[in-house]
Design a protein around this ligand. Structure first.
Ligand code: HEC
Ligand code: HEC
Ligand code: HEC
Ligand code: HEC
Ligand code: HEC
Ligand code: HEC
Ligand code: HEC
Ligand code: HEC
Ligand code: HEC
Ligand code: HEC
Length: 349
């Protein structure tokens, strides 16, 4: 339980008038008693708490130092007394495993695995006395969740992800108490896209262009290309194959190579050297309206000296390429294997 020592100290709002509903009080007291038995507390504990219920406000001042005592765990049953709806719904939550399994060390007190020890709040009913992950600073929220989720493979890049750095916390995308198919985790492509589009409106707008992957139809989602939890690649790109190749190749595996004759930019600059990943007004989602302008960006037809070896720019097409002639304008008519060739250095076949 000392694992919570990193949590920020709670600032108490001080004593409050306490008007317990009789039933709730009973529920609380019995649960508190049960807890103290379970936790093996010394006998004098419950009596010490009991008078506190009847304290007039004036005496509460005197009890102030006692309020600085850190709150203690009281167990989920206590929470149920006042939060019946949430408690019931929680039985269908994946996190109910925390309640029933000893593995996570919060059995019978799962509520407090995220909300912190609740004895003070159960007594005061004050929001100030309970931790609400949605109201904490995002990095503090993340730490609560990562206590259990850090070693999951999809979370490796989380700490350095742009979402973490830009303070988009776990609970911005995961609503803990919203059970149901689209509650805790978006389960369909359409739901995922809707979640991402909610903040990335500009990118969603790109997908309304004529040439793009079929996200608006719900046939693919942002998560096919990006890991929402971050990754080792820039822009949180998903990885494929050996774990260091961009996720495009997960689906376009025929372009993965290794080719005998590579086209340098495919490997060095990546697919985005020539394609707009979020869609384009150009066929094949190319960066330019016509293929030749994509090529000529690097293979200048100006009579300049050939670039130095390993330059990102390609060589000048041989002189017989008469760019003014329509015959030579459609580069990929001849250079068909523009992503790499197994047989031809000139990428002709
Ligand atoms: C005796 C009744 C009572 C018990 C027991 C109780 N709560 Fe509450 N809880 C309340 C009330 C009343 C509020 C609303 C407080 C407010 O809005 O100021 C509340 C609010 C909350 C909130 C929202 C705080 C916020 O920032 O808005 C959380 C989280 C919470 N309770 C969790 C728990 C947990 C976890 C337990 C068990 C450890 C628990 N409660 C036990 C009465 C109780
Ligand atoms: C996995 C973490 C986690 C667990 C376990 C958990 N909660 Fe919460 N709880 C949250 C978060 C996060 C919020 C903030 C609202 C949200 O994002 O859903 C919240 C909000 C609340 C609120 C405020 C009301 C609201 O809907 O905003 C109450 C009350 C509450 N929880 C009670 C409980 C009780 C009772 C339990 C146990 C049955 C419990 N919580 C278990 C994470 C958790
Ligand atoms: C005490 C440990 C613990 C804490 C703290 C915790 N979780 Fe979980 N979480 C679990 C367990 C256990 C599961 C169920 C995993 C399973 O079913 O295999 C789970 C499941 C989930 C799932 C659903 C996974 C799925 O595929 O359905 C999400 C999303 C999730 N947690 C997010 C969060 C967030 C966000 C927080 C912080 C507010 C959080 N968790 C805090 C232990 C924890
Ligand atoms: C930008 C939105 C976003 C943020 C921030 C985010 N998640 Fe997720 N999370 C998702 C989406 C979307 C999925 C579903 C992934 C899929 O469909 O493959 C998911 C899936 C999960 C799962 C299910 C199993 C898995 O790993 O795929 C868990 C557990 C989880 N998230 C926990 C967390 C935790 C813990 C945090 C904070 C450290 C967090 N998430 C932050 C969007 C987010
Ligand atoms: C709560 C708002 C919010 C949601 C929801 C959200 N994002 Fe973000 N995202 C941001 C912010 C803020 C940034 C950082 C600024 C930027 O690059 O736009 C960001 C950045 C990114 C980046 C750039 C990462 C980098 O390293 O440059 C990617 C990729 C991304 N988000 C993908 C997603 C995906 C996929 C989803 C849905 C699963 C999603 N986002 C949901 C707010 C959000
Ligand atoms: C086909 C794969 C693919 C899909 C689907 C995809 N992205 Fe991207 N996204 C990329 C690539 C590749 C980059 C890197 C672009 C670059 O480096 O110039 C990127 C960059 C980004 C960035 C960073 C900066 C920017 O504005 O370019 C954000 C934010 C982002 N994507 C969000 C999203 C969201 C939100 C969705 C879903 C609506 C989405 N992406 C769908 C491949 C994809
Ligand atoms: C989840 C699988 C998937 C991923 C990941 C993926 N694609 Fe695609 N891509 C497709 C499918 C399916 C098509 C067929 C066209 C359609 O969806 O209508 C396609 C088509 C294309 C096209 C041709 C469009 C046309 O007009 O013929 C290009 C170019 C393309 N993808 C580039 C990329 C790039 C670049 C990436 C990575 C940033 C990527 N794809 C990631 C599935 C994927
Ligand atoms: C040097 C520029 C360039 C790069 C880099 C590039 N492409 Fe292409 N790609 C093209 C051109 C040009 C076409 C159109 C070919 C045509 O018109 O026949 C194309 C067509 C495609 C097509 C549709 C037709 C086909 O051949 O299947 C897909 C899918 C595709 N590219 C995916 C990718 C992926 C994935 C990557 C990254 C691994 C990538 N491209 C990198 C220039 C490029
Ligand atoms: C982002 C820059 C870039 C773009 C765009 C580009 N290339 Fe290249 N290309 C290169 C580089 C760099 C080389 C390698 C040059 C070298 O090794 O000397 C190369 C090599 C080639 C070669 C083989 C030449 C050789 O010396 O091995 C051909 C053929 C070629 N490109 C055709 C094209 C065509 C056709 C297009 C348009 C679809 C295109 N390139 C677009 C950068 C580019
Ligand atoms: C009519 C067919 C055809 C068209 C169209 C064509 N090329 Fe070529 N290209 C060739 C042939 C043949 C070679 C010589 C290949 C060799 O030497 O193996 C070549 C060579 C090249 C080379 C040098 C390759 C090397 O091995 O050094 C580059 C760069 C190049 N072309 C770029 C382009 C660009 C850019 C376009 C479009 C503006 C284009 N080509 C259009 C047929 C064509």
């Amino acid at each position: 339980m000392t694992a919570f020592s990193w949590l920020p100290p709670r600032v108490s709002k001080g004593p409050r008038a306490r008007r317990f509903h009789a039933a709730r009080l009973a529920a609380f007291l019995s649960a508190a008693a049960l807890f103290s038995v379970l936790a093996g507390h010394s006998q004098d504990k419950p009596p010490a708490q009991a008078p506190a219920q009847n304290q007039p406000p004036a005496q509460a001042q005197a009890a102030a130092p006692a309020e600085n005592k850190p709150a203690e765990y009281v167990g989920s049953d206590t929470c149920q007394g006042c939060h019946e709806d949430i408690f019931k719904a929680f039985e269908k939550n994946p996190h109910h495993l925390v309640e029933t399994s000893k593995k996570y060390k919060f059995d019978t007190k799962a509520c407090e695995s995220c909300h912190g020890p609740g004895s003070k709040h159960a007594e005061s009913m004050s929001a100030a006395d309970i931790q609400n992950p949605a109201k904490l600073k995002p990095d503090q929220t993340d730490r609560i969740c990562l206590k259990c989720h850090l070693n999951q493979p999809t979370h490796v890049g989380r700490i350095n992800s742009s979402h973490a750095k830009n303070e988009v916390s776990c609970v911005a995308c995961h609503s803990i108490h919203k059970n149901g198919p689209e509650g805790l985790v978006p389960r369909t492509m359409a739901a995922t896209n809707q979640l991402c589009a909610g903040c990335h409106t500009d990118i969603w707008a790109s997908f309304q262009q004529p040439f793009r992957h079929r996200l608006p139809e719900g046939a693919m989602s942002c998560v096919d290309c990006h890991n929402p939890h971050g990754s080792f690649l820039p822009r949180a790109m998903q990885t494929a194959f050996r774990g260091n190749e961009p996720g495009c190749l997960k689906c376009h595996g025929n372009l993965a190579g290794p080719f005998t004759f590579e086209h340098a930019p495919v490997r060095l600059d990546g697919c985005t050297a020539c394609h707009m990943p979020h869609g384009s007004t150009n066929p094949r989602m190319l960066t330019r309206q016509q293929v030749r302008f994509v090529c000529l960006e690097c293979h200048s037809n100006l009579p300049v000296p050939n670039p130095a070896p390993n330059s990102p720019l390609g060589g000048v097409p041989p002189a017989f390429h008469d760019i003014r002639s329509p015959r030579f304008q459609n580069c990929t008519l001849c250079h068909q294997k523009v992503h790499g060739s197994y047989v031809d250095r000139g990428l002709l076949r």
